[in-house]
Design a protein around this ligand. Structure first.
Ligand SMILES: Cc1ncc(COP(=O)(O)O)c(C=O)c1O
Length: 403
């Protein structure tokens, strides 16, 4: 049997190769490799796709987050809230902007920032003497939008800026307070995207974008991504080299044209997984009313995670764990002085999550095979548990504890 891939970039490339080669020929003829027409065209098309005024191409999702935070005026002395259940880059970008990351735990149903936890944290802080955090970076984890209507309302109440980490959520959306569709990345002051190759919209290398409706923020991100440049040899401030290159823009333009169709296929794959696995003891992440996930990852949760993973690997089915260690327990975050138990929901998630293959070229037969292996492995686990319980019931009682 053929192995089942976790993501299938070769299948994507086969679909877009002709378009990309035409674009590349153009780039080579103009020798415009950094910035230039291809980058500007992609920025316009991505902004139109999201319905925002500005999309600014940058070198990666991490650059997008760092530059958006800096352009929003965050820096040394500021605190920025996010969750510990995300990729390290979310907290790294906050730290690199000069601010300090502050964690609030996630909602057990969705894995996204808990609005209840956020409010509790802010109310407690508002009663103290220390300064309140100045911003929130909600993460749309696995492609599922965070509870942005509630988070937006809390942010307004406490005067916090919102910078969305939409690095996993290209094309996700939710129903806004007046029933309107809001695209992930467009509600906050800025939204940040990664185009790392495995994302729903992926480049052939590193790439990212900041999107915003705020003209001033857009201008500042443009300065920061290009050495603070205002003309060829005039620099208003020290900036960074965080530009998007033309080859990545060409790839992204070709893939953006297919993103809607690819996301639709991901939705069908997710629906099929839910149908085939809905009656098992696995926890499947909730998709709250009004939310449209980008289904970047299909993550299941079970205490039998390691056993399940072994069964998948044995059957040549690739899988992943996103993420095995919550950020507050990462060595990189040691200065934040957290301990196990500080964010129990994130810790339980880290111990139980498993990402199944998810990409737009997965066939129904492949999804069926993954589901069958999962169901068989869970059957084995139930037997193991039942055997253990029987043994406990029939074995002699434990000797009394010594005092
Ligand atoms: C949630 C999240 N934030 C930030 C990033 C950083 O993006 P990049 O790898 O493009 O720097 C990623 C990428 O994996 C991500 O998944």
């Amino acid at each position: 049997m053929r192995p089942i891939k976790f993501v299938d970039l070769a299948a994507q490339n086969a679909e877009v190769r002709d378009d990309i080669e035409r674009e590349l020929a153009q780039i080579h003829s103009q020798c415009a490799y950094v910035g230039g027409a291809a980058v500007e065209a992609f920025e316009r098309e991505f902004a139109d796709f999201l319905g925002v005024r500005h999309a600014i191409g940058v070198g990666s999702g991490t650059d997008a987050l760092r530059l958006a935070l800096m352009a929003a005026g965050l820096g040394p002395g500021d605190q920025v809230i996010t969750t510990p259940m995300t990729f390290i880059a979310t907290a790294a970008a906050i730290q690199q902007s000069g601010a300090r990351p502050v964690f609030v735990d996630v909602d057990p149903e969705t894995g996204n920032l808990s609005p209840r936890g956020l409010r509790r944290y802010l109310e407690r802080r508002a009663n103290g003497t220390a300064r309140l955090p100045r911003a929130i970076v909600p993460v749309h984890l696995y492609g599922l939008p965070a509870a942005m209507n509630e988070i937006g309302a809390i942010a307004r109440e406490f005067g916090l800026k919102v910078i969305e980490d939409a690095c996993q959520a290209h094309g996700a959306s939710w129903r806004g307070p007046s029933g309107e569709t809001v695209m992930a990345g467009t509600q906050g002051l800025a939204g940040c995207f990664s185009f790392y190759p495995g994302k729903n919209l992926g480049a052939w290398g590193e790439a990212g974008a900041v999107v915003t409706n705020d003209d001033q923020l857009a201008e500042r991100v443009r300065l920061l991504r290009d050495h603070g440049r205002i003309s060829h040899y005039a620099h208003r401030e020290f900036g960074y080299n965080a530009r998007l290159d033309a080859i990545q823009a060409a790839v992204l333009r070709a893939k953006l044209r297919r993103l809607g169709e690819w996301n639709e296929r991901r939705r069908k794959v997710a629906r099929l997984y839910r149908k085939l696995l809905g009656s098992t003891c696995l926890s499947l992440s909730a998709e709250p009313e009004g939310m449209v996930s980008a289904n970047h990852l299909f993550v299941v949760r079970t205490p039998a995670r390691d056993l399940l993973r072994e069964a998948l690997v044995r059957n040549e089915i690739q899988c992943g764990i996103h993420y095995p260690v919550p950020l507050h327990l990462q060595p990189a975050c040691r200065e934040l002085r957290h301990s196990p138990g500080d964010f129990p929901v994130s810790e339980t998630m880290a111990d139980t999550v498993l990402s199944l293959p998810m990409h737009p070229h997965l066939t129904d037969t492949e999804v069926g095979r993954v589901a069958q292996v999962v169901r068989d492995a869970l059957g084995g686990y139930r037997e193991l548990l039942a055997g253990g319980l029987r043994q406990m019931a029939t074995s002699s009682p434990l000797p009394p504890r010594r005092r």
